[in-house]
Design a protein around this ligand. Structure first.
Ligand code: ADP
Ligand code: MG
Length: 165
């Protein structure tokens, strides 16, 4: 029997945070599993906490630049350092204002997504659909119905892997 190669979504983790700082900390903890080349697709409405979480990821990689939502610039690039001391680039993309296929190619989105030496963080990933590689982390930010400072952050990983035959 040959094993089947397929796309599989592994365990879903859900973290509940009670403040901006807790979301930053959740991002910092999550970042410990990341490697150059990884893609992280971030979903959630305006103000849901995507950029705060990215700030935490950037903290983990010792980024010294101020991390802010690249809503007007579309894409920011930061220089980071991995735990082994090697450099790593972080591309922080916000697709909120992107509306057409032409705009995706103008910003060089697919080249950016395929950069092997960078970690790619994409806010408003729902705008990109299949332009984001299938092998990725998916992180969704949900507001809480009763408390304006609570966020529910769901993390899963999708990737090509060998499934049991
Ligand atoms: N638990 C929380 N986690 C993250 N942000 C929170 C939380 N509670 C309140 N906030 C506020 O929500 C906003 C989140 O903003 P931001 O991360 O820029 O959102 P997004 O990038 O998803 O549009 C900030 O103003 C932050 O202070
Ligand atoms: Mg943002």
């Amino acid at each position: 029997m040959f094993p089947t190669l397929g796309y599989n979504s592994l365990d879903l983790e859900v973290h509940t945070t009670h403040s901006e700082d807790e979301t930053i900390l959740a991002g910092r903890k999550f970042a410990a599993r990341l490697h150059a080349g990884d893609v992280i697709a971030l979903y959630g409405t305006l103000g849901a906490g995507k950029t705060e979480f990215v700030k935490g990821i950037c903290e983990y990689f010792h980024v010294e630049d101020v991390v802010s939502s690249p809503t007007f610039t579309i894409m920011n690039q930061y220089d980071g350092m991995q735990s082994n001391g090697d450099d790593v680039k972080l591309y922080h993309v916000d697709l909120y204002r992107i509306n057409s296929k032409r705009e995706f190619s103008e910003i060089g989105f697919s080249e950016c997504m395929n950069a092997p030496d960078a970690i790619k963080l994409v806010e408003w990933a729902e705008k990109a659909n299949d332009e984001i590689p299938a092998n990725r982390y998916t992180i969704s930010f949900d507001l809480d119905n009763s408390d304006e400072n609570i966020r529910h952050i769901s993390i899963s990983h999708q990737g090509e892997q060998v499934l049991a035959a």
